[in-house]
Design a protein around this ligand. Structure first.
Ligand SMILES: [Zn+2]
Length: 120
């Protein structure tokens, strides 16, 4: 878990000039914030919470009326995914880098050319 600073990705929205986090930094933040509780809840209980958040994200996407709420639900799903990774001992950034940075895991292309019906 490095403390290296990350340049914020260029964005046209100047209000986004707040602290930015790499995926690894984010997982560390979540670990620091919740690890004791996450550990005692265990992976099954954590997975239940994760799925509940996924359901809330689904509702927010279907509603599509409250942009702030939609963004919060995305944040919650990612936070619970990071929590599960902490409990399971998985480094998310490393896992994502290994699987996706070289291109689509199935066709190896930077822009996936797989059939729409295939799971990458
Ligand atoms: Zn592909």
């Amino acid at each position: 878990m490095s403390e290296t600073p990350h340049p914020s990705s260029s964005t046209s929205d100047d209000s986004q000039q707040q602290n930015t986090l790499s995926l690894s930094d984010f997982q560390s933040v979540i670990r620091k914030m919740f690890y004791e509780k996450d550990q005692s809840r265990g992976i099954e209980g954590t997975f239940m919470w994760f799925m509940e958040e996924v359901g809330e994200l689904s509702s927010a996407l279907r509603d599509n009326t409250d942009r702030d709420n939609l963004e919060e639900e995305f944040a919650d799903v990612l936070a619970w995914l990071a929590t599960m990774a902490n409990v399971a001992g998985v480094d998310l950034e490393q896992a994502v880098t290994r699987k996706y940075v070289q291109g689509c895991p199935r066709c190896n292309q930077a822009v996936c050319t797989c059939d729409l019906a295939w799971k990458p």
